[in-house]
Design a binder for this molecule. Structure first.
Ligand SMILES: CC(C)(COP(=O)(O)OP(=O)(O)OC[C@H]1O[C@@H](n2cnc3c(N)ncnc32)[C@H](O)[C@@H]1OP(=O)(O)O)[C@@H](O)C(=O)NCCC(=O)NCCS
Length: 170
């Protein structure tokens, strides 16, 4: 899979992305907006570990955001199981130097379209910590609908937060 967008491309991760991945992912502002499974500090060892996992996963559902040949962000699609097997959740991040240019909005919209076109999914959702206005805006611009505020759903950096549930359906 390779999607060529106006300002970036989306493609599968490669083992030689490790250095660029560690450089862009090693950012406390990113860590504050994602799950604790995303390491901080983000070392080259963490990058190698992630890349080995991403590359061996079948089907590959974790993709790299590439700008000018460098891996500068990621987007992952996580299929549901059992009675949720027609659903998926999506998570994403982008290196800080590229924020505010509409890049992630394009990426989320394109990957969602790709998943609806190529997999059995009828629902793709994303959950945003309630203090992450930029990410909520990304989802709205990418055609997701706000469904619910989940009270006290997240404990991040010792702070109890609500989360916001967004979804696109087919
Ligand atoms: C959230 C994130 C993905 C946004 O990426 P991006 O490429 O900068 O997003 P875009 O440029 O496509 O859109 C950002 C939108 O948020 C808006 N925005 C940014 N900061 C904002 C704030 N503090 N309050 C309200 N809106 C804000 C921007 O103005 C823009 O909306 P607009 O086009 O209506 O002006 C990026 O900041 C990031 O990686 N953050 C850390 C990780 C993260 O939050 N991941 C998502 C977890 S759910």
């Amino acid at each position: 899979m390779r999607l060529a967008l106006e300002r970036c491309s989306i493609r599968p991760w490669r083992l030689d992305d490790a250095e660029s991945l560690a450089k862009h992912a090693n950012n406390r502002k990113i860590w504050l907006a994602v799950r604790d499974a995303f390491p901080h500090p983000y070392t080259i060892h963490d990058a190698h570990e992630f890349l080995h996992r991403a590359i061996t996963e079948q089907p590959e559902m974790k993709f790299c955001i590439e700008i000018e040949g460098a891996a500068v962000g990621g987007i992952g699609v996580h299929p549901g199981q059992d009675v949720y097997r027609h659903t998926a959740t999506v998570g994403y991040w982008l290196g800080e130097e590229f924020w505010g240019r509409g890049i992630t909005t394009d990426v989320v919209a394109a990957v969602t379209d790709f998943c609806f076109d190529n997999f059995r999914f009828r629902r793709i959702s994303a959950e945003v910590f309630a203090n992450n206005h930029a990410s909520a805006r990304v989802l709205e611009k990418a055609g997701f609908t706000f469904e619910a505020r989940l009270k006290n759903h997240v404990l991040k950096d010792e702070e109890l937060l609500d989360s916001l549930l967004y979804a696109r359906t087919k």
